[in-house]
Ligand binder design. Structure first.
Ligand code: NDP
Ligand code: NHF
Length: 339
């Protein structure tokens, strides 16, 4: 199977690093609007560099393309790849708007290509364990859940993240991970209530979800948190509590002194050789789905439903009122994936 990557920023580099390790997959090219960036990433991963998607598709005829562009650019490029008959892994969230997400899903369907939205939290071993234990009844009847996802403002690196029309802001860009994950564990959401504080330095949100099955979840997301990127989850039920915290998820931490950004990451976290990167697992999974025809663990509809909840949360934060998901979906033009 031939894979290619579009966009050689933070996520493009991650996809380019992981594709060559997936059994039976060859990375045939990487593309970035900035050719020197593409050349650097191509050299690091033993592949060819392109500055135009059209040229790369024509020359390499990949089977699958990772779309790792800023979120507001996903739509035209996913549709271009789909039109060329190429399966697509698209980074989360699908697009800034539900309308664009619908067009992307419908376009991939009509061209008969597979679309996988990279909701990577589903592939983190600890989050997978948490979900499996809840399903196996370890906490009894789920009651109240808390999740946390906090880190520095990504706009410190790339300007487009600051523009909420382009990135979706902290709710759609960052909390989408927990929204999708929680929906995968607890099912459909009945009501959403959100608070959002936005300043020049901060985009902070608290999103409360009431699931149809009765459980409640509080999701906290923070851009502008001065500490290290941290994720956590606590699930309390009638029989017990399950907890995950990213600080506990590695056995050894190396805080290296950096003279410049070129010296590499601030914190080098050694990985157990027994584990691959979750960003590897998601690609391995999708390659397997393409081969077998099975539905990915995260369907395009799942990713769309998470976006719908995210947009309902944004509407709630604006109005100060809770939003019922059934009314929110009815109130939107179309309001469904039957496009
Ligand atoms: N799953 C996860 O954990 C994460 C997911 N993401 C998601 O991944 C996506 C990409 O984010 P991120 O990697 O941080 O973004 P970056 O801005 O770091 O990378 C995007 C890259 O695409 C390039 N680019 C822009 N326009 C074009 C174009 N028209 N053709 C080719 N290349 C282009 C940019 O170049 P230039 O900078 O010169 O404009 C940049 O190199 C987003 O949807 C984001 O939400 C992000 C981080 C983590
Ligand atoms: O997980 C993530 C880390 O932070 C980034 C910036 O908010 C997100 O885009 C990404 O999904």
């Amino acid at each position: 199977m031939k894979a290619a990557v579009l966009g050689c920023g933070i996520m493009g580099k991650t996809h380019a690093r992981n594709w060559p390790s997936v059994p039976g997959v060859r990375l045939v090219g990487v593309c970035d609007a900035d050719r020197p960036t593409a050349e650097k990433v191509a050299a690091e991963n033993g592949t060819r560099a392109y500055a135009s998607l059209e040229e790369m598709l024509e020359a390499e005829r990949p089977d699958v393309l990772s779309v790792c562009l800023p979120t507001y650019l996903h739509k035209p490029y996913v549709l271009q790849a789909a039109g060329a008959g190429v399966h697509v892994v698209c980074e989360k969230p699908i697009a800034p708007t539900l309308e664009d997400a619908e067009d992307i899903i419908a376009g991939c369907r009509s061209h008969g290509v597979r679309l996988f939205i990279a909701q990577v939290v589903r592939f983190f071993p600890s989050y997978r364990d948490l979900a499996a234990k809840v399903r196996a009844g370890a906490i009894g009847e789920p009651g109240v859940m808390h999740t946390k996802r906090i880190g520095g403002h990504p706009g410190q690196a790339k300007a487009w993240y600051y523009d909420r029309e382009k990135s979706g802001g902290v709710i759609l860009d960052l909390l989408i991970h927990d929204i999708d994950y929680m929906r995968s564990v607890f099912g459909e959401v009945e009501t959403v209530f959100a608070l959002n504080r936005v300043t020049e330095e901060t985009d902070y949100a608290l999103v409360t979800l009431r699931f149809k099955q009765g459980a409640i979840a509080n999701l906290e997301g923070h851009w502008g948190y001065p500490g290290p990127f941290t994720t956590a989850a606590e699930f309390a039920g009638t029989k017990g509590v399950l907890r995950f915290h990213s600080d506990d998820a590695v056995s050894l931490r190396v805080h290296a002194f950096r003279k410049s950004a070129e010296d590499g990451p601030k914190v080098a976290v050694p990985k157990s050789p027994a584990y691959h990167d979750p960003y590897y697992y998601e690609l391995e999974h999708f390659a397997q789905c393409i081969r077998s025809g099975e539905e990915p663990l995260v369907t395009a509809e799942d990713a769309y439903r998470a976006m719908e909840i995210g947009h309902a949360a944004i509407a709630s934060a604006k109005s100060g009122q809770p939003v019922r998901m059934d009314e929110f979906a009815r109130g939107r033009k179309g309001g469904s994936l039957d496009v």
